[in-house]
Design a protein around this ligand. Structure first.
Ligand code: PNS
Length: 190
């Protein structure tokens, strides 16, 4: 096990099974792993930072050496503020390599003491990305098996504004039925 703190930075919009796979692998080799959500992303996100934080906290609750945080500005500055020694990033396919190499070398230029460590998620997730998950979900396609169930549910809610309304209406109907039953019983007794 590598002593010290490692950071796994990203957008996580939304977290996928590939992210979770990498977090579990990272947690096995680093003493402490901080999953860090970028706050000031230029892209307009589907999920707010608070929503992503809550999802990741729930999904990693059983990993005791993993915590979730958010950061702004330069990642290396954030890493320094935590006294982290490593940056963890996932590489799925050769197409990821160019961008990741560029980022790793830029980060090394900015902070030579910080090492970037690459890990591969399970091959069954090699084609899974947050962007494609958003695209498929937005077009009404299935994302089962690509994201954890809580994320699947959140995507459903996010993309179906009527969902919460229907849910609330269902609760209303059920509690109405419940109180009618109780009223009948009370009348029978008296
Ligand atoms: O999940 P993503 O979108 O691929 O993550 C990219 C991320 C957040 C790791 C990267 O954009 C980042 O570190 N941004 C913070 C700003 C910064 O430090 N930029 C210089 C990186 S070379």
């Amino acid at each position: 096990m590598h002593k010290g703190i490692a950071i796994y930075p990203g957008s996580f919009d939304p977290p996928t099974n590939g992210h979770l796979d990498l977090i579990a692998r990272g947690a096995k080799i680093f003493e402490e792993l901080v999953v860090a959500i970028l706050r000031n992303s230029e892209k307009s996100p589907m999920f707010s930072v608070a929503e992503r934080l809550a999802m990741l906290q729930e999904l990693t609750a059983d990993l005791k050496n993993v915590r979730i945080d958010t950061f702004d500005g330069l990642m290396v500055e954030y890493a320094k503020s935590l006294e982290a020694t490593c940056i963890l990033r996932g590489i799925r396919a050769i197409s990821d390599y160019e961008y990741e190499l560029q980022m790793a070398l830029m980060n090394r230029k900015l902070e030579p003491t910080l090492e970037t460590v690459f890990m591969m998620p399970a091959d069954k997730y090699s084609y899974v990305s947050s962007r494609l998950v958003r695209e498929v979900a937005q077009a009404g396609g299935p994302v089962k098996g690509l994201v954890p169930e809580v994320v699947e549910q959140k995507l459903r809610e996010k993309l179906d504004p009527a969902y919460k309304l229907r849910d609330a209406r269902m609760i209303e109907v059920l509690s109405q039925r419940d109180s009618e039953k109780r009223e009948k019983k009370r009348k029978k007794k008296s």
